[in-house]
Every structure is written in C-alpha cells, then in structure tokens.
Write a protein that binds this ligand. Structure first.
Ligand SMILES: Cc1ncc(COP(=O)(O)O)c(C=O)c1O
Length: 382
C-alpha cells in the first residue's frame, strides 16, 4: 500500500465537477447520448418478464444469453470466440485487476506503451509490478523492439490498447498487429489487449483486433459496454482460452461472486430490443464532430511549439508542448481560468510526460469545446 498513490484524474475530477469549469479531464462519454429511455424500457421488460431471476444471485461466468451475444459481437470484430471463452465482468477495469491477480507476483515485469492507461498502471501496481516501456511512434508500439525486451526482462505480459489509445488516441496499424501476434507466439508472450474504444471509430476503416491473428492463443482480449451503452452499468468482458477463463472465474468468485444479474439482463434486453447500428452511429457522429471542433479550435488558438494527435476514433487527443512546458503547473493556472485537462506525467510508468496534456472531447458540447480551448490557448500563449 505504501507504494500506491491516488489517481490524479480522480482528484482532478473532484475539482472539475463544478459546473462552471469546462473539463477536458475525465474520460467520460457524452451523457446526452446515453439511451436513457431505451434502458428504462429494457429494465421494465426485464422486471415484468423475469423479475425474480433478475434480482437473484446468478452464475459467476455471466448471464448466458449475454455471453452468447458478446461471442457473436467479437466474432464480428474478427475473433473466433465461443460463449465458453467469454467471462462477463464489472467493467473492463475488473479484467485488468483479475489478470493482475492471476499473472503477477511482486517484481514481475509488465511491458506497456509509454504513456498508457493510468488505471491499468494502478491495477498492476497493486501487485507490485515493474513496468518496462515498449518504444512507440505515431503507428503505436513497435513490435520489432519486443524480442530484445523479452530477452532482457522476461515480462509476464504485454499490456496494449491498440484502438484510439488512452491517452494518446494512437491506433496500432494492421501490419503491426499481425506482427505482434506472431512475435508473441514465437516468444510465448501473453498479450493483454484492452479494447474499450474500437467501436467508436468516426473516420477511416476498422482494423481487426490483435487477437484476430492469435493462432497460438496468447492474447487475452478485454472490452466493455461502458462507451457504447453507459459506464454506470459497469459491464465489461474478457475473451480468453477456457483454461484462462476458468482461472479468472475462480478469482472473480473470490472478489464479487458475479456481475449484477439485473444489469446484465437489462443490457441484454437493450441490445436485442434496439437498433444498435443506429445507436452507435449517433455516438460516432457526435464524437467525430467534437473532435473536428477541438482540432479546429486548437489550430486557431495554440501557439507555435504545440502539436497534437488526430485520432480516427475514441474520446481523447494528446497535446505535446515545448520541452519546458510543465503540465501540472499549467493545470493549476487553467483551473483558475475554469478549464481543466489531465497533465501527461501520470500516464508514464517510466520517465517523461511533463510537457503533455490529455484532452477529452467526448464529454463537452461543441460550444464548450470552443470556449475551453480558447481559454487554454490564452494561457499557453501567455
Ligand atoms: C484503456 C481503458 N481500459 C479500461 C477502461 C475501463 O473501462 P470500464 O471498466 O468502464 O469498462 C478504460 C476507461 O476509461 C480505459 O480507458
């Protein structure tokens, strides 16, 4: 416990909850796109048709019709999965915790992108993991760097977010995904592929998950309904070989018995009673527009020396400032001006990150994005 720190983002979110602050800090979806009425109808139908079952304890593996739905969904993403290879979890965050419990002993090495998802660092730090960054560029991690890192560090696994990475927005190219799967197979490397954002592509064309090329069964694939239905449901899943699922299941039983029977049934009813393609199109359209607005505003407002990524999906972009920029210091001034973001430093398990900012564009309206970037630009120019 002595080594663990509270999440900077959660601390920042406490400040940014004030309504007069324009916050690009949290990783929150757009609340006005939550399908409230459709979820209400789904909940009504669950309670009127299967009320007692929905309120009873349920199987630790998850509600079978939902596991079948997920197996079909991931098949469409390019992963040949059976329902027995699917475990429903409390968000994909629980997958990270369970994988850490399963695989990590104190001092074990985890390979990650640098920067990477802050709460994955937190999850694996709980098990006293040691992080080794994999070199990355604008096309994601560089698979050719892996054999030497594997030889040197004998990692327990590689953790990667191939689609619209959190925090950078970068997407791993198809060629690199295939190469990563091949190198993992050759070196017996377990890959934990975290894919919360893949369905949020507003530009370009879909790339299959790394697990699509996983003939050696090295890849543990995690995803979630948090960004496509609502994060408050806390519904995610993991796809892995049955030998892995059976072990994760024991760990899940010890930690929470099972994921909410009610929420799983409501999600399943929502998914089967509504037109999912139309629902996702609405989200993608709104996020694409918000990205465009943020990109245009940054182009107009930011001084020379600032650059940013242009993701084709997801919820974040990543700003790089001049070498001497201190993101933490900028944040304290930004909060006085009623605008917030997450400074880059905390996303780096290794060194670096002081001169970066993560900006979320999904959770603010276009008007607030324009206003917030204008405030930020004034600060950066000053
Ligand atoms: C990369 C990544 N993984 C996992 C999660 C956890 O999502 P959830 O537990 O809501 O499925 C998030 C949430 O923002 C994320 O960005």
């Amino acid at each position: 416990m002595r080594q663990l720190r509270p999440s900077t983002i959660r601390e920042i979110l406490k400040v940014t909850a004030q309504p007069d602050i324009i916050s690009f800090a949290g990783g929150l979806p757009a609340p006005e796109l939550f399908p409230v009425d459709a979820v209400k109808a789904a909940a009504n139908s669950v309670l009127s048709q299967n009320g007692p079952d929905a309120l009873q304890y349920g199987p630790s593996e998850g509600f079978m019709p939902l596991r079948e739905w997920i197996a079909e969904e991931v098949r469409q993403r390019g992963i040949a999965a059976q329902p027995a290879e699917v475990l429903v979890t409390n968000g994909s965050q629980q997958v990270l915790d369970l994988v850490g419990k399963l695989l990590l002993n104190a001092g074990d090495v985890v390979l990650t992108e640098n920067p990477t998802y802050l709460a994955a660092i937190q999850a694996f730090q709980t098990f006293e993991a040691h992080f080794v960054p994999v070199p990355t560029d604008e096309c994601g991690l560089i698979p050719e760097a892996l054999p030497e890192l594997i030889r040197q560090h004998r990692p327990k696994f590689l953790y990667t977010i191939p689609n619209f990475q959190n925090p950078t927005g970068v997407t791993l190219t198809e060629e690199r995904r295939a190469k990563l799967a091949r190198i993992a197979a050759e070196h017996d490397l377990i890959v934990v592929e975290d894919d919360p954002y893949g369905k949020l592509r507003y530009r370009g064309s879909n790339v299959p998950p790394v697990k699509h090329w996983d003939e050696a069964n090295c890849v543990i694939y995690a995803s979630t309904f948090s960004k496509t239905i609502a994060p408050g449901l806390r519904l995610g899943w993991v796809v892995a070989p049955t030998e892995v699922i059976s072990r994760l299941l024991i760990l899940k039983q010890a930690s929470d018995l099972h994921t909410s029977s009610f929420d799983q049934r409501v999600a399943y009813a929502f998914l089967t009673l509504n037109d999912q393609a139309a629902h996702l199109d609405r989200i993608r359209h709104a996020y694409g527009e918000r990205f465009d607005v943020m990109h245009a505003a940054l182009s107009a407002e930011m001084p020379a020396g600032f650059t940013w990524t242009q993701p084709e999906g997801g919820m974040f972009l990543w700003v790089t400032g001049p070498e001497n920029l201190d993101g933490m210091e900028l944040l304290s001034r930004a909060i006085q001006r009623k605008v917030a973001f997450v400074p880059g430093r905390d996303f780096f398990p290794g060194d670096g990150g002081k001169n970066h900012l993560r900006l979320n564009f999904s959770n603010s309206t276009p008007e607030r994005i324009r206003e917030g970037v204008q405030r930020l630009g004034t600060l950066c120019r000053g």
